[in-house]
Design a binder for this molecule. Structure first.
Ligand code: AMP
Length: 214
């Protein structure tokens, strides 16, 4: 299956993507994770991306589309993939369509995670992520780790993402509304969108998502 996951920052895309990718036996491809890996490895691409990410803005398409394409062309993605955070604007969606078309492929679904804006801000402000694996996500109030600052799953260090500060979150939300939301209409035109509520327990949202994708 080839699936795109969309939703505002804090909707739980990374968390859901990890479960869904495992259930569906397809790789989870997150452009945000790819950028963060490049930043921590000190690559040129990471240096180019960092200032945009810190400002809550989109990294330019010239950088992003090539990186996403390279990842989708790796052997583990030939049977399908779950895209998390890509595409994030209509020109990226068009580039993805063109890329799939040239390979004789299409998307199967666009899963839209819906969550109210005040909930998003609360979720992100308390979010803590494991340095070893970004799908190990905690929240200081909603799902605190047993030991502060330590991942329950693998013992890794928990940290707050640089772009999870309140000012940057507001900017990311604005960018989501103006640039990313239009892709939902774009894909609606192709009959691909399924919308589910991202409220409730992580396992409930996963069940809802699996049912919607059947
Ligand atoms: P995420 O981890 O998906 O929340 O992404 C974190 C940040 O990485 C975003 O706020 C953007 O600055 C950048 N980013 C991730 N994916 C994309 C994309 N498809 N296009 C442009 N920028 C992106």
């Amino acid at each position: 299956m080839r699936i795109v996951l969309v939703g505002p920052p804090g909707a739980g895309k990374g968390t859901q993507a990890a479960y869904l990718a495992e259930n569906l036996s397809i790789p989870h491809i997150s452009t945000g994770d790819l950028f963060r890996a490049n930043i921590s490895q000190g690559t040129d691409l990471g240096r180019q991306a960092k200032s945009y990410m810190d400002a809550g803005e989109l990294v330019p398409d010239e950088v992003t589309i090539g990186m996403a394409k390279d990842r989708m062309e790796r052997p583990d993605a030939t049977g399908g993939f779950l895209l998390d955070g890509f595409p994030r604007n209509v020109s990226q969606a068009e580039a993805l369509d063109a890329m799939l078309k040239s390979e004789g492929m299409t998307l199967d679904a666009v899963l839209d995670l819906e969550v109210p804006e005040d909930e998003v801000v609360k979720r992100i402000a308390g979010r803590r992520i494991c340095r070893n694996d970004s799908s190990h996500v905690f929240h200081v109030t909603y799902s605190p780790p047993a030991q502060e600052g330590v991942c329950d799953v693998c013992g890794g260090d928990l940290y707050q993402r640089d772009d999870d500060s309140e000012t940057t979150v507001r900017k990311r939300l604005e960018v989501y509304h103006t640039q990313t939301e239009p892709i939902i209409d774009y894909y609606r035109g192709q009959g691909l969108v399924v919308t589910i509520s991202a409220l409730g327990k992580v396992t409930e949202v996963t069940q809802r998502a699996m049912a919607a994708l059947q």
